[in-house]
Design a binder for this molecule. Structure first.
Ligand code: ZN
Length: 191
């Protein structure tokens, strides 16, 4: 097979060279409302890869990206803080084949972390791409949460744009008795 980034022959989804040079994650932090959001990439640096989302390659791409970002993150997080933490993905509704967010949350399942799959679901799936903050606020996701309460959780989404979705998710979870420690996303569009 070939490296999905440089197309040279490679036994991995991304060759060693691309993984070390081009795909080196740099964690950035953003605060949306009271929520701290950590992202591993600037969106424009890996845009081509993220656009595979709705192609047959998307599954391998997201899985590979999750394995060299989310995976080491949770390992070092739990090395410092070993109490039980839950992982909640933003809307793991499956539209075609598999959920991209579920691929990310799956990489966070390690020792004392436990994924609560498909517990935070959006009841409004209107497209936000290219829309203003005002539009997003006027058309909220209307999340519902059916998971357990009185827990500490890490919130997960693939991309952060304006942050309205994560803020809304944080609000609903807080109302449901979930303490959101912070959020993790693969890429930030606005850094
Ligand atoms: Zn490569």
């Amino acid at each position: 097979m070939r490296c999905l980034s440089c197309h040279r022959l490679s036994i991995r989804t991304f060759c060693k060279r691309c993984q070390e040079k081009l795909l080196k994650p740099t964690i950035t932090t953003r605060k949306v409302g009271s929520l701290e959001v950590y992202s591993f990439f600037k969106y424009q640096n890996i845009e081509d890869l993220l656009l595979t989302k709705h192609t047959p390659q998307g599954y391998q791409v997201y899985k590979a990206l999750a394995n060299f970002t989310f995976r080491p993150f949770i390992k070092s997080f739990l090395a410092e803080d070993s109490h039980r933490v839950y992982i909640i993905g933003v809307d793991e509704k499956v539209k075609s084949g598999y959920s991209h967010v579920a691929l990310l949350t799956h990489a966070l399942q390690y020792k004392n972390s436990k994924v609560l799959h498909a517990t935070l679901m959006a009841n409004n799936s209107v497209k936000y791409a290219g829309k203003t903050v005002r539009f997003r606020l006027e058309n909220p996701r209307n999340f519902s949460y059916n998971g357990i309460s009185n827990i500490e959780a890490i919130l997960v989404d693939d991309i952060i744009t304006t942050g309205t979705t994560l803020q809304e998710a944080n609000r609903i979870l807080t109302e449901c008795g979930v303490t959101v420690l912070f959020a993790l996303t693969l890429a930030d569009v606005e850094v």
